[in-house]
Each structure stands twice: as structure tokens, then as C-alpha cells.
Ligand binder design. Sequence first.
Ligand SMILES: *[C@@H]1O[C@H](CO)[C@@H](O)[C@H](O)[C@H]1NC(C)=O
Ligand SMILES: *[C@@H]1O[C@H](CO)[C@@H](O)[C@H](O)[C@H]1NC(C)=O
Ligand SMILES: *[C@@H]1O[C@H](CO)[C@@H](O)[C@H](O)[C@H]1NC(C)=O
Length: 407
Amino acid sequence: MNKTIKSLSSRNLNRTRFVVFSFVATIVVFFILFAIYSCAGTVCFQSQLVKHSFTSHDLDRVRTLNLEGNDVLVHLHIQKTGGSRFGRHLSFNLDVDPPCKCRDAKHCTCFTRKNLIWLFNHESVGSICGLHADWTDLQNCVDPWFQRIDSGVRNYRRYHYITMLRDPVERFFSEWQHVHRGATWAGARLHCNGREATLEEVPFCFQGEDWAGVSFPEFVGCKSNLAFNRMTRMLSNLSKVNCYNRTGLDEGFVFRTMVESAKENLLDFAFFGILEEQAKSQFLFEHTLGIRFIKSLDQREDTHVAKLNMTKEMVDLVRRTNQQDIELYRFARELFHQRVVDMERRLGYTVEEYFDVYRDAQNELGTQDEQHGEEEEEEEEEEDDSGMLHGTGDERKLTHYPGEGGK
Ligand SMILES: *[C@@H]1O[C@H](CO)[C@@H](O)[C@H](O)[C@H]1NC(C)=O
Ligand SMILES: *[C@@H]1O[C@H](CO)[C@@H](O)[C@H](O)[C@H]1NC(C)=O
Ligand SMILES: *[C@@H]1O[C@H](CO)[C@@H](O)[C@H](O)[C@H]1NC(C)=O
């Protein structure tokens, strides 16, 4: 009798275990399927279940800046990543004292009380290293410039690189549209290993003034078009792949070296934001650098690209030709999200709670977030493509950058 009960109850227990196990397994499978199917269109690849593991050093970025000391922000502006708007936020919308003094939307001087320049970007210093200078160029250009400017005042500086990234497929279409409207970035240059790329290394994609009206097949048909994998190129150490002359180098080697180098450099940035994640980008920026924006960054949905009719063939082609950027962006998004989660954990509140509760409470002067000023009404991501030089009188006339500049 006892034995029967025991065996009965043990059978029941087994059955209960089985039911619980099945239930959990079903939920897990459902969750995985949901994760796979919840992605759509160009954002799909971002949701793939690839996990990078980052060290706490990679995630913990807190660097409270002392702008009156040796800290300098260097803004690396990649075309069509929302960098112009971000740049304007840096010079117009940061809660620093004294604020930058701006002559107009694109010409500011950003000095500390001790007359030190604390912001290096196009708005603040002009085209010192060319328009849209890349990592390779900035590494060799920023410090020598500061050494001259700061001579006798500051012996060294700590550079904090910051940038914005964007979905590479959308970024590519956006660049096509921008070039289609007549942009050339004529003031940019391709500086690497002490010289600029030659026309043989990076031939022009077009003849004449610009490439206005370029069709999509033409745009993707030009092999030397620097729109391909632009984010990877602009973030990697190009000295590692012999700059722009890849003769004799294995294609696979170039691909891997550039992607790995871009990831490595990005990890070293003080901050990078993601165009599609304005609120989280702001959250990370403010907590990482200890400087706040006066008015919160807003998310834009009405981009030029959103209005484009892209066929599946076009999207597939862009994906195939931008594999480096796709890999880099996948890595960057994951790093970004883990940094957000890590920051939330350390602060004890979420991004939403920060904006809903804590940020306003911390801001004793009262928030101006709700005032959406008229100056925000301008065209999305309007770029300075004039290549115009301005600023301190220290810059020299830049030569043309082949591939994007027209004569
Ligand atoms: C690239 O480098 C190779 C040798 O390293 C040289 O023979 C070739 O002329 C260079 N190509 C260009 C386009 O400069
Ligand atoms: C870039 O790579 C080259 C070649 O590996 C290396 O010598 C150089 O130090 C690197 N540049 C920077 C700024 O790290
Ligand atoms: C996109 O397609 C829609 C419907 O087919 C059309 O009305 C619209 O004008 C197209 N837009 C562009 C920018 O071609």
C-alpha cells in the first residue's frame, strides 16, 4: 500500500517535472522564434543572436571631463550618420560654461575660461584636417595642430573621440541621395602615411562639377566609390592595409584587418551614439562624459531615406557590397546596448526613468526639454558640403580629395 502510494506519487512527480520542463522549453522556443521573426526589413540583421563578450573595461566608460584641464572632445563625423545635427548639438546645446560662441550654424569658437579649445570638430575649428577627416587622418593631424595652438599653455591633452553610427544600409542609401542632390565633400582629403591618396589609387567616380542626378546603378557601379563601407574605412587604421593602394594584398586580409581595426578603435572611443537610438545615446553621453545637453535630442523618423522606394534587389545589393559596415554595426549595436544596460545597472534606474524622473530632478535650473525650438525645423541632416574653410587663420588651403571632389 505504502509502496503503491510512493510509486504513484513519484510517477506524479515525474509527470509534474515533465510538464514543467515542457512548459519552460516551449517558452524558450517561443522566445527564440519571436526574436528571430520580430525583425523586419533592413533592421533584421541587427537582431541576430550573435553575442560578443565585452569586458567591464569595454563597458565602463565613465570619464568625467575637465575641460579647463587637459580634456578635449574630438568629434569624428562620418557622412550621413546624423553627424551634422550631433555636431550642432555639441556646439549649441551642451550645458557648458562658457558656451561656444557661434557666428552662425556652422561657425563657432569653443573656448574654456582659460581660452583653451575643448571641442575639435568642423563647427568649432573648421577643416583643420580636411572635411570629414577619418581616424587615420585625425590621429596624425589633431595633436600637432594643438601643439602649435597650445604652445606655452598646455603641454599635453587627453583626446576623447566621439562619433555617431547608423544602420549601414540606410546610411548608404542616404549618401546616394545626398550625392544625387549634388554633394561632393570637395574639401575632404584622404590622408594616410604622410600623403594624400592619388587619383590612380582612388579615381573619380564622375566627371565635371559633381555627381548630381546619379542613378542607383551608376552609384553602386563605381568601384572606387567611398560610400561603400564608409564607417569601417573611416574608423580603421588604414596604415595596416597600405592606405589606398591594395596592390598585392589579399582581399580577405584587407577585409578582416579593416573590420578588426575599426572595432578596436571604436572600443577605444570615449563615446559613440547610434542615430536610431537618440535617447539612449544621450543617456550614455551624459553619464559617460558628465556633460549634459540643454535640450534633449529628438528622434527623427522623416528622413529622406524613409521616403525612398527601395526594391528588394537594391537592398540586397547594398548589403552585399557593405559587408564590412554590416559586421561593424552589428558589433557596435551590441556594445552600445550592453553599455546602456551596464550604465542602468550602476545608476539604479533605466533610460526611461532617467528622462521621466531623475534628469529633471537633477536639473535645478529647470529643463527646457519640452520647448522644441524653430531652429530644429531645418532639413534633416543638412550637411556642410561646401568645403569652406574658416576658423583660426591657422589652416592651409586643402587640396582636392579625389573620389568625392570635382573640379
Ligand atoms: C601600388 O603599389 C605598387 C607597389 O607596392 C606599385 O607598383 C603601384 O604602382 C601602386 N599603385 C598605385 C595606383 O599607386
Ligand atoms: C596604425 O597601424 C600602423 C601599422 O600597424 C602602426 O604602426 C601605427 O602605430 C598605427 N597607428 C596608430 C595611431 O595607432
Ligand atoms: C514611392 O512609391 C509610391 C507608391 O508606389 C509613390 O506614390 C511615390 O511617389 C514613390 N516615391 C518616390 C520617392 O519615388
